[in-house]
Design a protein around this ligand. Structure first.
Ligand code: PEP
Length: 225
């Protein structure tokens, strides 16, 4: 799976422009996660579209949130949950991440649940305990996909070495036997080496997914050889 997280970029017009020009290769599962307002435009493309978040209740007094049923009504196929930017800036916790994942999975949506240590945690040799805690909070569901995204590598241009990422993925898979994709400054230049690691099952791509050419190149790197 190669997934694009567009974060707070691209309204409906730019979303249509991108998807009109985007021709991913066959043989790789491509997911695009635009902002909420661009979901409908993205769904029109016929591609597999995920939201960047989802609430666990069906409806109610939850200002600013969107439910599973609302996403399904417009043809959204899944959702990212627990992204580190949600954890860092919007108070998302292991508990709320798990509730979001459970509700989405129960209704048949795909879920990419994000985990990963901060730079301080890595420096303090806490990576393993952080990953054990974050993964341990997630629902035991074989349809879940986990994104290992070391926080210090997101949007910073610093990428985990393939060996370091492989080590974290092996640990995560020993805790929960599901596909684990890597995120953190994935670019066309490093994608082949990262995706060649035996326990790296794909990529979650932020910055480099905004341009159709670079995202297509990363998708190509994801084709199993
Ligand atoms: C992300 O936001 O999930 C991400 C990995 O971003 P970037 O590729 O820009 O580091």
């Amino acid at each position: 799976m190669i997934a694009a997280n567009w974060k707070m970029h691209k309204g409906p017009r730019r979303t249509r422009d991108f998807l009109g020009a985007f021709e991913p290769p066959d043989g790789v599962e491509v997911v695009i996660a635009p902002s909420f307002v661009s979901l409908r435009a993205a769904v029109e493309s016929g591609r597999r579209i995920y939201s960047q978040n989802v609430h666990w209740e069906n409806e109610g007094a939850f200002t600013g949130e969107v439910s599973v049923a609302m996403l399904q009504e417009i043809g959204v196929a899944g959702s990212i949950v627990g992204h580190s930017e949600r954890r860092q800036y919007f108070g998302e916790t292991d508990e709320t991440t798990a509730k979001r994942a459970e509700a989405a999975l129960a209704a048949g949506l795909g879920v990419i649940a994000c985990v990963g240590e901060t730079e301080r945690e890595r420096d303090a040799a806490e990576t393993e305990s952080v990953l054990r805690r974050q993964v341990g909070a997630l629902p035991r569901d074989e349809r879940l996909v986990i994104a290992y995204e070391p926080v210090w590598a997101i949007g910073t241009g610093k990428t985990a070495t393939p060996e370091l990422a492989q080590e974290a993925h092996t640990l995560i898979k020993s805790l929960l036997d599901v596909p684990v994709i890597y995120g953190g400054s994935v670019k066309p230049e490093n994608a082949v080496e990262l995706l060649a690691q035996p326990d790296i099952d794909g990529a979650l791509v932020g910055g480099a997914s905004l341009d159709p050419e670079s995202f297509t190149a990363i998708c190509r790197a994801g084709i199993p050889s």
